[in-house]
Design a protein around this ligand. Structure first.
Ligand SMILES: Nc1ncnc2c1ncn2[C@@H]1O[C@H](COP(=O)(O)OP(=O)(O)OP(=O)(O)O)[C@@H](O)[C@H]1O
Length: 788
């Protein structure tokens, strides 16, 4: 049969489509071979259809229809045959029914679509969703909207995601209105893009192609296969992954197991695309994952070992904030959250605080957070660690259910009691060696073990045994059956070298608003901490009144008093110390305590600027409240001086607020680089003591010490308080002794406390400068954690 010829036969036939060119083949014989080489094939495609192998597929009559096998039915073809991204093998083949669509090659940018038709049979393809639309002389709307010309239903797609129109010169122009963006030929569209012939458009999980005047859905993204090919990670003196290849089909539930330190987490991070390999590539549906990470970041769910949820929020709040951050603003968040609660079987605990949940329930909520965007590829790092056997079983059953719904689920686990629920087991030995890949039952057989997986761990204790087992597996029939026959090395599509610049999805202001609301809620819920943050400084300052009793240290009395100025300085120093202390304690934990959540959200779409701004904004509000309480106590217990420059109330409030803000910024900076909360706690004395020593209050700053004191915010804070109070004026004139000498003053006037506008603004200005520098360093420190 010839290209584009009308089919009138009642016999079954194949339609092959390659980038818009179509060929038909009638099927009449008991057996056919499809390929590029006439010596093997009777259904011969043109030589320039390079994607089709010389012997691509074998078709054998099977009742009224045919069964198709990859390659020659014995050896697999290079580019493979795929049905819904699942590879058809040479051994078992696939039974064709009328309208079955099979793809040669699995990268949808570069594949031949083979459709089997049998006019006398009912259609096997019972989806009535529209998969193509004409662009001619019309404006086309793409999105979740009910009235969209081409409806694309997925949570990561906006209601009005994009439009395509014709410009005056007959070109098609795409306009992006979405939250999660549009990619054309792998490049993120910046508002508008012209579409060239054959352009590949990615919207959420959907892949579309422009063919002539028609837009076709190539792939709905509801199935993801993963091919890891020859992965090697070699550090200087150590191999962490040793030439690992594994094919993972859509809908499979796969466990990564092995002894401690074998490399399970490393392999998972590599499959997830966040670990750089020395050699080898991970392909998702045939595309290089790392090169296209930006396109896939919203389609991959990842539950790390640490919980990715805030303890202070309720289950519903956790899911609602996560949905608002990750999904388009036009989505019905309540509905999505309700469905997710049902999926993870947590509806009955929706109003409970996360801190009140059991370990297993917390894990379910973390899984729920990741399910919000309905990812088709799902990774979990030890989701059952710390759970009792009953909860372990329940968790594994939940993951099985998720895989049965069409998701590809990959987990690292040490608990093997329920591993039989998995479709595939990846057994790793020390040094990242692949000792087995295949179904769990056959894993036991392969290692000659009856029923306990623990016996395999014992077998693989010695390094030599691991090498022997890895070699044995590579030579085995299982390797050919479960790896060679299914693996697809993928194709490098022309647009695969995309710069992975982070797409922020939800806009900066929306993210800031959501993050501020969430952070405010968390602060509000932590009542004890909030009370301590607000009351510590006022209580400490009021206690000072017992120490100084009846004296009014900030007011110049009628009698010259040589002890007044040092006392005033000590009082002002306590104001500074109190502000410094509470500022640092309010902020030191704030980044490090949620680092697991930050890293996960950052990998999806969290904007760093929005994140830090939300911290600074809420902590500034806290600083305002702290300032109000501190100044109120100071007014209550200390007689107010009459400064010459600015009113005492205003000057005191500004200086206190700036001291708090600067110490908060310093605390955030430290919080951004310490490894855990106990390191953050230990850092507090280390931060405070130099501030005390180099403040210029306890010791006279000379030589190098005076330079160091410039770096101390305490020096500038006391300087500003001193200038306001006019500390120098409190020092009495030097007393002349009868012998003509002068009595040395206990406190010498210094320019640091000079009551001039220039001195006051210098002190305030440098406090602001410190704030800006600490925040910039925090930004940089957080940025360095970025994987891309
Ligand atoms: N970032 C890294 N840089 C260098 N070496 C690393 C890194 N992460 C892990 N390793 C090393 O790689 C090896 C594998 O570690 P990995 O955490 O993947 O093992 P695992 O099988 O997950 O162990 P466990 O079950 O104890 O969590 C270990 O020897 C570990 O010390």
């Amino acid at each position: 049969m010839h290209p584009n010829k009308t089919v009138t036969s009642v016999n079954s036939y194949l339609k092959l489509e390659n980038q818009g060119s179509i060929i038909y083949f009638e099927l009449k014989e008991q057996q056919h071979i499809l390929g590029r080489d006439r010596t093997f094939a009777d259904l011969v495609v043109p030589e320039d259809w390079q994607l089709v192998g010389r012997c691509q597929a074998l078709l054998r009559k099977d009742g009224e229809d045919y069964r198709i096998y990859d390659g020659n039915g014995d050896k697999p073809s290079t580019n493979g045959l795929y049905i819904n991204h699942i590879r058809i093998t040479p051994e078992s083949g696939y039974s064709l029914k009328n309208d079955t669509e099979i793809r040669i090659g699995h990268n949808c940018n570069n594949q031949v679509v083979l459709t089997y038709h049998h006019p006398a049979q009912p259609s096997a393809n019972n989806t009535h969703e529209s998969s193509r639309v004409s662009l001619k002389n019309r404006s086309v709307l793409l999105g979740r909207d009910f009235n969209a010309t081409l409806p694309l239903e997925a949570p990561t797609v906006s209601r009005r995601h994009a439009t395509i129109d014709t410009d005056g010169q007959g070109r098609y122009i795409l306009r992006d209105y979405s939250t999660n963006g549009v990619f054309v030929n792998g490049q993120k569209v910046n508002t508008t893009a012209f579409l060239s012939a054959g352009a590949i458009i990615r919207i959420g999980p959907f892949t579309l192609v422009l063919r002539g005047d028609e837009l076709q859905i190539l792939d709905r993204g509801n199935q993801i296969r993963l091919d890891a090919c020859n992965l090697v990670i070699q550090d200087k003196d150590k191999r962490r992954l040793d030439d690992i290849s594994v094919p993972i089909e859509p809908g499979q539930f796969v466990a990564l197991v092995g002894g401690s330190g074998a490399g399970k987490s490393t392999l998972m991070r590599t499959l997830l695309g966040v670990e750089q390999t020395t050699q080898g590539v991970v392909y998702l549906n045939g595309e290089n994952l790392r090169n296209n990470f930006n396109m896939y970041r919203t389609h991959i769910g990842y539950v790390p070992q640490d919980d990715i949820i805030h303890q202070e929020l309720t289950v519903t709040e956790v899911l609602t904030y996560a949905a608002k951050l990750r999904l388009p603003p036009d989505i019905d968040v309540t509905q999505v959250v309700e469905k997710t609660l049902q999926d993870v079987e947590m509806s009955h605990r929706q109003d409970a605080k996360v801190s009140e949940l059991s370990g297993g329930q917390r894990k379910r909520v973390s899984i729920g957070v990741e399910l919000l965007a309905d990812p088709k590829l799902f990774f979990l790092d030890e989701p059952t660690s710390g759970l009792d056997p009953g909860l372990d079983k329940k968790m594994m059953q939940l993951l099985r259910k998720l895989a049965d719904q069409g998701r590809t689920v990959i987990l690292v686990t040490h608990a093997t009691a329920n591993i039989k629920l998995c479709d595939r087991v990846v057994f790793l030995g020390r040094g990242g060696r692949l000792c087995y890949f295949g179904p769990p039952d056959q894993c036991l057989q392969f290692f000659g073990v009856r029923e306990d997986f623990a016996d395999i761990y014992n077998q693989l204790e010695k390094a030599e045994t691991v090498i022997d087992q890895a070699n044995k597996f590579r030579q085995s029939h299982d390797y050919r059956r479960y790896i060679d026959n299914h693996l697809n090395p993928g194709t490098q599509s022309p647009q695969s070298n995309v710069v992975n610049n982070q797409s922020h999805g939800v806009s900066f202001w929306e993210q800031l608003n959501i993050l501020m609301q969430r952070y405010f809620q968390i602060q509000k819920r932590d009542r004890v901490n909030l009370a301590l943050a607000l009351l510590t400084a006022p209580i400490s300052i009021s206690l000072m009144t017992f120490a100084i009793r009846e004296q009014d240290p900030l007011i110049l009395g009628e009698q010259p008093d040589p002890a007044l100025a040092p006392l005033a300085l000590r009082v002002l120093f306590v104001f500074t110390c109190a502000a410094l202390w509470v500022g640092l304690s309010s902020s030191l934990q704030e980044i490090v305590k949620e680092s697991a959540i930050y890293l996960r959200e950052r990998l999806v779409n969290l904007g760093l600027f929005a994140y830090l701004s939300s911290k600074v904004a809420i902590l500034s509000v806290l600083a305002v409240l702290q300032t109000l309480l501190m100044t109120a106590v100071i007014f209550l217990f200390f007689k107010s001086p009459q400064p010459e420059l600015i009113s005492w109330q205003l000057g005191l409030s500004i200086t206190t607020f700036l001291t708090l803000l600067t110490s908060i910024s310093l605390g955030l900076f430290v919080s951004s680089f310490v490894k855990n909360t106990s390191q953050a706690n230990s850092a507090l004395p280390l931060l405070l003591l130099p501030q005390f020593i180099f403040s210029g209050v306890l010791f006279k700053m000379e030589g190098i010490a005076s330079k160091v004191s410039w770096l101390m915010l305490s020096r500038w804070s006391v300087g500003a308080y001193g200038a306001l109070v006019n500390l120098n004026k409190l020092v009495p004139e030097p007393i002349k002794l009868p012998d003509g000498s002068t009595l040395s003053q206990p406190f010498e006037p210094t320019p640091i406390y000079e009551a001039t506008w220039s001195n006051l603004s210098l002190n305030w200005g440098i406090l602001c400068l410190h704030t800006v520098i600490y925040l910039a360093m925090t930004f940089y420190s957080q940025k360095r954690k970025d994987i891309f």
